[in-house]
Design a protein around this ligand. Sequence first.
Ligand code: CU
Length: 138
Amino acid sequence: MKPALLMIATLLAGPALAETHEVAMYTRNDRGPMIYEPDFLRIQPGDSVRFVPVQRSHNAATIDGMIPAGAQPFKGNINEDFTVTLTEPGIYGVKCSPHYMMGMVMLIAVGDAGNPVFPDDLPPRARQRFDQIMAAQQ
Ligand SMILES: [Cu+2]
């Protein structure tokens, strides 16, 4: 086997390399106001998510009660280009701290994630956005 082919075969046989998935944060885009794009990600444990402040005044933070058992909460600063690595399988609910009440939320499903559990005290517009996100996955 030629060395180049051998290298490809070795790569294919090895464990999947961790990926970084980008999420853009918008005040407004063609889908409306206060948008994460995409607003649903399905990733593998060990992958990273990079939140890119394409427009100003946004961040990404975990929602209380919406991370898997054993997972660490995270919170990026406003306007920060912020990357987090997620290792615990399950569903992570993410909010923009200043625009949570306006429904700026998204979901990240890591590995064998199961179904999301929505806390009773979600702001109505956040809950509405989650329902739209889930409906789009059907
Ligand atoms: Cu925001």
